[in-house]
Design a binder for this molecule. Structure first.
Ligand SMILES: [Cu+2]
Length: 339
């Protein structure tokens, strides 16, 4: 028994030794191949979507960063860092932009590969969600968010023989710097600066900026005067100052149709929408209040935006209201109507 045991031991030792030898050779082969063919070292890149203030009121509608250079065959993983929903979407060249609810017809999956021939989209992403896209062929690909029209970027996919201008640390730094720039904007000043008319409320404020890769916006998802006081018979005017983000002014329950105004809304001579409330139990919904999209030469111009909503309060009371799109981010207010 003892002899047999020692025989097995030495045999096992010898096998283990041989295994180490093979692994060592494989390791050396792997390292050699990396030196000769660096493209075998496929990088996995990371980027962030969105940034927000602690109170969720300031939302950076941005890919951070929005321009990345990678090698063909590599992938990028985007991670959501905001409560406002976004998509990671690559449309094909010239494709009509679909509504975010339609996504890319035929496409589904938690991860994707984009070579420019078939539309790819993440679907609506929220805080903490991730989406990875592999880019198998060289090309320059536009990145968009289907929810926010001014939120774009570019992915430059180079042949592996070409060198990349930046590393992951550079992109991490860019993302942090851009995010800090957005969230550092003093919104109280911005909102108050334009809040100069009596009985007027700014319903959201925004600023759009560009980089070499695309455009980003800061959206302030707040009403400038969250507790305004007026007298019976007065009219309050809400104005959306944001160039890209839509808001609503909604008294009473949220309607099924958020896009269109409720049937008790009329149109003023200047195009602003107008509702009348006789008691705090009445309901009225502005529909989407938003700026006109940017015009493009060679295409039909877009109609002027409906940027204003007015409500006349006939009787005293406390009238709470929300933006039905951004109430989850805290975009709420109330009107106190005195006799
Ligand atoms: Cu809103």
């Amino acid at each position: 028994m003892a002899t047999s045991d020692s025989y097995s031991f030495s045999e096992g030792f010898s096998l283990t030794f041989q295994l180490f030898g093979i692994l060592g050779k494989l390791h050396l082969l792997f390292l050699t191949s990396l030196v000769l063919c660096p493209q075998l070292l496929l990088a996995q890149w990371n980027a962030t979507i969105g940034a927000q203030s602690d109170d969720l009121g300031k939302q950076a509608l941005a890919f951070l960063p929005n321009e990345i250079w990678i090698h063909a065959g590599e992938s990028i993983t985007w991670t959501m860092a905001a409560n406002e929903g976004h998509t990671v979407t690559f449309l094909t060249s010239g494709q009509i932009r679909p509504p975010f609810t339609a996504e890319c017809p035929g496409f589904s999956g938690p991860s994707a590969s984009f070579d420019g021939s078939t539309c790819v989209t993440s679907g609506l992403l929220f805080q903490g969600d991730k989406f990875t896209v592999v880019f198998p062929v060289p090309g320059n690909f536009k990145l968009v968010c289907l929810v926010h029209e001014g939120m774009t970027g570019t992915i430059h996919v180079l042949d592996p023989s070409q060198s990349l201008p930046h590393d992951q640390a550079f992109y991490d730094h860019e993302a942090q710097r851009e995010s800090a720039d957005f969230l550092g904007v003093a919104i109280a000043g911005v909102m108050n600066h334009q809040h100069h008319l009596e009985n007027s409320v700014i319903a959201g404020h925004g600023e759009t900026v560009a980089t070499g890769g695309g455009s980003d916006s800061l959206s302030v998802m707040r009403f400038s005067d969250q507790g305004i006081t007026v007298h019976a018979g007065d009219t309050i005017e809400w104005t959306n100052d944001d160039p890209t983000t839509t808001h609503t002014i909604t008294f009473g329950p949220e309607p099924q149709d958020l896009v269109d105004p409720s049937s008790n809304v009329t149109i003023d001579a200047d195009g602003g929408r107008h509702g009348v409330l006789n008691s705090p139990s009445d309901a009225v919904h502005s529909g989407f209040i938003q700026a006109a999209p940017q015009d493009r030469t060679g295409l039909a111009q877009s109609p002027s935006g409906v940027t204003r909503f007015r409500v006349t309060f006939n009787n005293p009371g406390i009238y709470p209201y929300i933006c039905s799109l951004h109430d989850v981010l805290g975009m709420k207010g109330s009107v106190v109507v005195l006799p």
